[in-house]
Design a binder for this molecule. Sequence first.
Ligand code: TYD
Length: 133
Amino acid sequence: MKEKYKILNFSAITDKRGSLIALENLKNIPFEIKRIYYIFDTKPEFPRGAHAHTNLEQVLIMIDGSCEIILNDGKISQNIILNRPDIGLYIGKNIWREMKNFSYGAKMLVLASDFYNEKEYIRNYDKFLKVAK
Ligand code: TYD
């Protein structure tokens, strides 16, 4: 069984010009990537997320800036600070996530295992707790 969530450490190729990280299906990303989106123009006073996915895996990467992710599997809640472009946060199915304390103008890259489908979102916390049981 895949982990519910885990930190992924990406190897950067660094030289005097800067650094580069490559992300590849089923290599350093533990699923086939079907969708990429990114969040930018963030502000600390506006949290995001507050939902779970019944049928989606994702990897979140803070390309620039920082934010705090709250993960909850229905039993245990854990806060993780993302603030490095060489760290990814894998989130499996049926995990409630909230994203808060974004730095101004942070840039979060998200890789997803499937296309956007609002029907597989759980946006109600009580409903999530029933599903997570
Ligand atoms: P939302 O779920 O509120 O974003 P977050 O997870 O960061 O809180 O999504 C914002 C809007 O964008 C909402 O109307 C759904 C839409 N959306 C898409 O159309 N495609 C996508 O791939 C995503 C992630 C969201």
